[in-house]
Design a protein. Structure first.
Length: 403
């Protein structure tokens, strides 16, 4: 091969050496991945809101034997509801105030519960006058109220947002007159407190008397603050009725009982369901003996037939209350307990909407409770019948079924 040929071969080899990819291993290009979308965070379910329920009771003052067990019963009910998981997971908080039996203080507390505490419902007050005082505010705010007082005017005429758990004066009077008719009592003398509770009872006592062939031949009144009713009882005795009916609540009926014993009234003394408490017996002392009155069944739970649908409910409440507070039960505490039972049934599905809660309350039926069996409707916001009462007699510091 000539010199020129050798030069051509060497030039070709040099060209191959400098061509890309020749004479070395080609390194893999790094793979650049497309940016991945950030994982979508799962929405956490909203925590159930606290459910605030207000309470207004006469915890101190002359009507404390009503309000104190009502407060305790409401707190006990709230504890039970929360221990069972609350209302649809939401815990219940009781916001409770003491009105001391004063209507003006009840109004202030109602405004506070509505405007500042933002409660979904109010339980109480304990008394008819205090309940009547706050009705305009709860109706204006359209917030459900379940009163623990007995006066018929609380729910008659029906007010859309107002309910009550205490048995009706209508049925209390009916129970007394049925018993009197069976015993041949033909005439009565009345002694009623001059407040809303007394006026409501007086109205029914006068209105229903003729239905049972009973005549009202004496009619007196007293103030809740009076400390002696001897003058009124002397006037009644002069008319010689077959029986005397005192309609009141708080310490004053005990004063009437003591005055009647001092005067040695020869006729039987009847009281309203406002004395259905051990406190009345303590205040009246020996003068309480043989007094008759209508009451919810709680005072004689152990004497009820096992077939009575309320017996198991009454035993449950009684055992829990006495174990927790180491004191006797009364029907008054039962009013607040029942109110919480009704709310616990009506709150689910409302989301705290007060109008829906009101509607659910109005549609509750066949709720067997401490005070009776509740059947609400758009025409009845008490929901109890005459079977919620039973006549009892005080004997040896306790109660027995009146025979």
């Amino acid at each position: 091969m000539g010199k020129k040929g050798i030069i051509l071969i060497m030039a070709a080899l040099l060209a191959l050496a400098i061509m890309p990819g020749c004479g070395e291993e080609k390194k893999a290009e790094p793979v650049v991945e497309a940016p991945k979308a950030a994982p979508v965070a799962k929405a956490e379910p909203a925590a159930p809101q606290m459910i605030k329920i207000g309470g207004i009771f006469s915890i101190t003052g002359g009507a404390s034997y009503l309000g104190d067990p009502e407060k305790k019963s409401m707190e006990m009910a709230v504890s039970e509801i929360n221990a069972a998981g609350g209302i649809e997971g939401g815990m219940v908080e009781a916001v409770i105030y003491d009105d001391e039996g004063d209507p003006s203080k009840a109004v202030l507390h109602a405004k506070r519960l509505i405007e500042r505490d933002n409660v979904v419902a109010i339980v109480g007050p304990s008394l008819t006058p205090t309940s009547m005082a706050i009705i305009p505010d709860v109706e204006r705010a359209q917030i459900p109220l379940i009163s623990c007082a007995a006066g018929n005017g609380i729910v008659i005429p029906v007010k859309p947002f107002v309910f009550k758990t205490a048995q009706s004066d209508i049925h209390a009077v009916e129970s007394i007159y049925i018993y009197m008719q069976e015993k041949g009592i033909k005439s009565v003398g009345l002694l009623c407190v001059d407040d809303g509770f007394g006026q409501s009872g007086h109205e029914q006592l006068v209105k229903q008397a003729a239905n049972f062939e009973i005549s009202v031949i004496a009619d007196e009144s007293f103030s809740a603050s009076d400390t002696d009713m001897t003058a009124q009882l002397t006037k009644i005795r002069a008319q010689r009725p077959d029986a005397v009916i005192c309609w009141g609540v708080g310490p004053s009926p005990a004063v009437v009982a003591r005055n009647a014993k001092q005067l040695q009234l020869p006729m039987p003394l009847f009281m309203s369901h406002g004395v259905a408490s051990k406190k009345f017996i303590e205040l009246a002392g020996e003068a309480a003996e043989d007094i008759l009155f209508p009451t919810g069944k709680i005072l004689v739970t152990g004497l009820l037939s096992d077939e009575d649908p309320q017996k198991a409910v009454l035993q449950n409440y009684t055992e829990k209350y006495q174990a927790r507070f180491n004191e006797p039960v009364s029907g008054f505490g039962g009013y607040a307990w029942d109110a919480m039972e009704l709310l616990a049934r009506a709150l689910p599905g409302t989301g705290g909407d007060k109008a829906k809660l009101r509607d659910n309350l109005e549609n509750l039926s066949n709720v067997v409770a401490v005070s009776g069996t509740f059947n609400f409707s758009d025409e009845d916001h008490n929901g109890l019948g005459a079977d919620a009462f039973i006549m009892v007699r005080i004997k040896n510091g306790a109660w027995e079924l009146a025979q």
